[in-house]
Write a protein that binds this ligand. Structure first.
Ligand code: SAM
Length: 281
C-alpha cells in the first residue's frame, strides 16, 4: 500500500515537473506512427490492407497523427507564451525539430484566418520607400523578407534559412539607430516582451516606424486580456508616438508607432499580455 502510494506520488511529481519527458515521448509516438506517405509508398501492402479493411486503418492512423501533432503544437505554443525569450531560445536549441512542429501547427491555425496580418504589413511596406531598412522580430518562415524589395533583417529563435538570424530577439546585435522599420507580427510571445520592444527602440533610428500586429483576444480586458490603451501608453513611455491603430480585423489588432521622442520613463508599467492558447479543432 505504502509503496503503491509512493509510486503514484512519484509519477505525479514526474508528470508535473518534467515537460521535457512529455515532449520527447510525444515526439517519439508521432515519429513512430506510419504516415499517409509511407502507406502510399507501399503499394503491395496497401492492396493487402485494402482487402483486410486497412483503408479504414490508415485513415484512423492519419487522424491520430493529426491529433497528436495538434496537441504537440498546442504544448509548444503554450510554452512560448509562458516563458522568457531566453528560455524559449534554449528550449529550441535543445531540440530544433520542435520549431518545425510549431510552425506546421501555426500554419494550420492561420489557414482558418480570413486575413493574415503579415500580408497587411507587406502591403504597408510596398506603399513606402523600398530604401527603408526593416527588422522583422520573430519572422517565422521569413515571408515578409521574401515579399518586399527592402533590405530586411529577419530574426527568430531557430534559423532553417540562411537569411534568418537565430537569436532571442531581445538581443539582435544590430547597431543602434540602424533600421527604419521594426516589425512584430504576432511575435510578442515571451513573458519579457517589453525587452523585445526595448531592443526595437534601440535599433530604430529617430523617426523610425514600429509596427505591431497582435492577436485580438490578448487585448480583450473582458476576458483577462490587456487594456490596449495601457499598452499604447507604455509603448509611448518607451519613446514612441502612437500614429494609428487598426482594430477592424476580427482576429488581430494593428498598432503603428514612430520613434519620435526620448524615453520618458525607466520604470514603465507594462500590462500583462494574455497567452494566445489555441483550441482543439
Ligand atoms: C506566431 S509566429 C509569427 C511568425 C511571423 N511573424 C508571421 O507573422 O507569420 C511568432 C514567431 O516569433 C518567434 N519568437 C517568439 N519569441 C521569440 C524571441 N524571444 N526571439 C526570437 N523569435 C521569437 C517564434 O519562434 C515564432 O516563429
Amino acid at each position: 500500500m505504502e509503496s503503491g502510494n509512493k509510486r503514484k506520488r512519484g509519477k505525479r511529481g514526474r508528470d508535473k515537473n518534467n515537460t521535457n519527458n512529455d515532449k520527447s515521448s510525444l515526439s517519439a509516438v508521432i515519429k513512430q506512427m506510419p504516415s499517409q506517405a509511407d502507406h502510399n509508398n507501399n503499394k503491395s501492402s496497401s492492396k493487402r490492407s485494402k482487402r483486410s479493411g486497412g483503408g479504414r486503418d490508415s485513415s484512423f492512423l492519419d487522424k491520430m497523427r493529426a491529433k497528436l501533432s495538434g496537441g504537440h503544437f498546442r504544448m509548444i505554443n503554450e510554452k512560448l507564451y509562458t516563458c522568457s525569450g531566453n528560455e524559449a531560445f534554449k528550449y529550441f536549441e535543445d531540440d530544433p525539430s520542435l520549431f518545425n512542429t510549431y510552425h506546421t501547427g501555426y500554419q494550420e491555425q492561420m489557414s482558418h484566418w480570413p486575413e493574415q496580418p503579415v500580408n497587411i504589413i507587406i502591403k504597408w511596406l510596398k506603399g513606402h520607400d523600398t530604401s527603408l531598412i526593416v527588422a522583422d522580430f520573430g519572422c517565422g518562415d521569413a515571408r515578409l523578407a521574401k515579399n518586399v524589395k527592402n533590405k530586411v533583417f529577419s530574426f527568430d529563435l531557430v534559423s532553417h534559412d540562411p537569411s534568418v538570424i537565430a537569436c532571442d530577439m531581445s538581443n539582435t546585435r544590430l547597431g543602434s539607430s540602424s533600421v527604419n522599420v521594426a516589425v512584430f507580427c504576432l511575435s510578442l510571445m515571451g513573458t519579457d516582451f517589453p525587452k523585445f520592444l526595448q531592443e526595437a527602440q534601440r535599433v530604430l533610428n529617430p523617426g523610425g516606424w514600429l509596427l505591431i500586429a497582435e492577436v485580438k483576444s490578448r487585448f480583450d480586458p473582458n476576458t483577462g486580456g490587456a487594456d490596449p490603451d495601457r499598452f499604447v501608453k507604455a509603448v509611448c513611455e518607451l519613446g514612441f508616438t502612437s500614429v494609428s491603430k487598426d482594430f477592424s480585423n476580427k482576429m488581430f489588432l494593428l498598432f503603428y508607432f514612430r520613434k519620435e521622442k526620448p524615453r520618458l520613463k525607466e520604470d514603465i508599467e507594462w500590462p500583462k499580455l494574455k497567452p494566445c492558447l489555441y483550441k482543439r479543432r
